[in-house]
Design a protein around this ligand. Structure first.
Ligand code: THU
Length: 141
């Protein structure tokens, strides 16, 4: 766990959104995640001409943190320059559940500096986590 500076997370997520590569959707997204180490990592969405190749800002931020050696995270902030506050998509919720605890705050902010917080458990109840694999009885193996 790390002390959460929400203003710093909002600013980092907004800066990340400015780097978004979103020529198809024109829907830039920036994400900032706070590691238990106290460091902040960021990601933006990176789209592809083969649309299914698009990677969301959340997964790019988590990848950047993992390659830096991080494994545990305190909070996640999404920024979109929209009136509506955007929560992570379903695929990203699953990836977030790999590294964040169910009570971790997952927040969204916008160009009006509004912010909404959820817990990961609210966004993805009954998540499939590594625990299920660890407790597998390996039937059929
Ligand atoms: N997107 C994200 O980066 N994160 C989300 O949680 C929602 C969707 C991106 C993917 C795509 O580049 C664009 O937003 C429109 O779906």
């Amino acid at each position: 766990m790390s002390e959460i500076n929400w203003a710093a997370l909002q600013q980092a997520a907004q800066q990340a959104a400015a780097q978004a590569y979103a020529p198809y959707s024109k829907f830039p997204v920036g994400v900032a995640i706070l590691a238990d180490s106290g460091k902040i990592y960021t990601g933006c969405n990176v789209e592809n001409a083969s649309y299914g190749g698009t990677v969301c800002a959340e997964r790019n931020a988590i990848g950047a943190a993992v390659v830096a050696g991080e494994r545990k995270f305190t909070a996640l902030m999404v920024y979109t320059p929209q009136d509506m506050l955007t929560p992570p998509c379903g695929i990203c919720r699953q990836v977030i559940a790999e590294f964040f605890s169910p009570n971790a705050p997952i927040a969204s902010c916008n160009h009006l500096h509004q912010q909404q917080n959820w817990s990961l458990g609210e966004l993805l109840p009954a998540a499939f986590t590594p625990t299920y694999l660890a407790n597998s009885t390996k039937v059929g193996a």
